[in-house]
Design a protein around this ligand. Sequence first.
Ligand code: PLP
Length: 285
Amino acid sequence: MSRVVYVNGQWRPFRSAVVHVEDRGYQFADGVYEVCEVRGGRLVDERRHTDRLVRSLSELRISLPLPLSALSVVLHEAVRRNRVRDGLVYLQVTRGVARRDHGFPPPGTRPSLVVSAKRIDPAAGEAAARAGIAVVTVPETRWARVDIKAIALLPNVLAKQAAREQGAREAWFVDRDGFVTEGASSNAWIVTGQGELATRPVGPDILRGISREVVKEVAAAAGLTLVERPFTVAEALAAREAFVTAASQIVMPVVRIDGHPVAGGAPGPVAARLRAAFHRHAEFS
Ligand code: PLP
């Protein structure tokens, strides 16, 4: 069975699915997205992802393309029709199709909705977590509202490519004061010398990661102390452990930063424990 994708009310073969050239997502990156993990054929934390979607849309004054109950049906259909057991569901909403003009399109322009699902080999993620990943640091060059999960991702694209060119899997943005904001597609964490978890507090300068929220709960249940505060690259290099969180990564140990080893260059026990317990705290639907 070949892959299918949902485009504005219809299921299309993946290879021939298209959007209009004047879709505002294509013209202006005028839209938002969500990525939800699929595990054992079920969605992980769907409700939290749709809550964040609703918030992103409302911050940009884009209307919801479908009632949430119908959207949930489409998300599950994407998983079912593509026979995804383990993988990701991607959804994107844009301000719709209209004659190119920066200001909002005429009232009544319908937002566009695309939903796709793909398989991911869970063994590859586990192998990466056993080895740990390398990150590089790049200056923070994004706009001031990265709490909105907008499809405009050019700085993230450039950061990820810089990482790749240096043999790393992720890039950490570093603000003007030397503090890590977050990864190009993940939130950043350390375990300090005192054994406390530290991650940047939510605000307009990071995405409120769903995995970040789940890991907070996992950490609390494990009796770990969490301090929500920014940390520097030097602190991360001196930390007991460093890791990133994202729906596509779960909890992924960081073992090198800019070519320097973190904690002897091997994944640590805290990240492993948080990763192992993660899905006990996630909601499945
Ligand atoms: N920060 C950024 C910039 C991201 O793109 C992502 C995920 O793609 C995250 C953080 C982690 O968010 P979540 O845990 O909801 O996947």
